[in-house]
Design a protein around this ligand. Structure first.
Ligand SMILES: [Zn+2]
Length: 169
């Protein structure tokens, strides 16, 4: 058990300003690693549980419904449907955005006849070609979208290999 610091202790201790150099390396794990490698190739990969007939995008190695190992990998379409969306006024750096960005959850189509549509949570990404009014009026919900891929030579195995999902008719 420690000794609590009281009002009398304030000022007794030196304070220093310190700006850490925070470097880190992320290990994505088996499922996310393969997913990111797939993006570099222009493919969106998910995993499929045959018992629940559910496809997970982003992929998981274990089904979150029946807790067994998924049965196989599936390539899903780069087209899908907007499940939900918001207008964000905050950049990834947490700075105020000069222009609002539309961010949504996209449920991708599954071409494989054996598999069900990709599942919640779906893919979180920017939606381009949509406005704040599309969100406020709820027109964006259920909208059809397709991936806008970065040129192959600029892909790095990151979710940003897809620039955004563009609204299509
Ligand atoms: Zn399952």
């Amino acid at each position: 058990m420690g000794t609590p610091i009281g009002d009398a202790d304030i000022g007794r201790f030196a304070t220093i300003a310190f700006r850490p150099v925070a470097r880190y390396r992320m290990v994505p794990g088996k499922a996310l690693g393969r997913f990111l490698e797939g993006l570099k190739e222009g493919k969106i990969l998910g995993t499929f549980c045959g018992r629940c007939r559910q496809t997970f995008v982003p992929p998981r190695m274990y089904c979150s419904h029946c807790f067994r190992r998924v049965d196989r990998w599936v390539e899903v379409s780069d087209r899908g449907t907007v499940v939900t969306a918001v207008a964000s006024y905050i950049e990834a750096t947490r700075a105020r955005a000069s222009e609002p960005k539309i961010v949504g959850v996209i449920r991708l189509d599954v071409d494989d006849g054996a598999a069900a549509p990709s599942l919640f949570p779906g893919l979180l990404h920017f939606i381009c070609g949509a406005s704040v009014d599309d969100v406020v009026s709820r027109r964006i919900f259920g909208a059809r979208v397709e991936a806008v891929w970065r040129p192959r030579e600029h892909r790095t195995g990151s979710i940003t290999d897809i620039e955004c999902f563009r609204v299509v008719q």
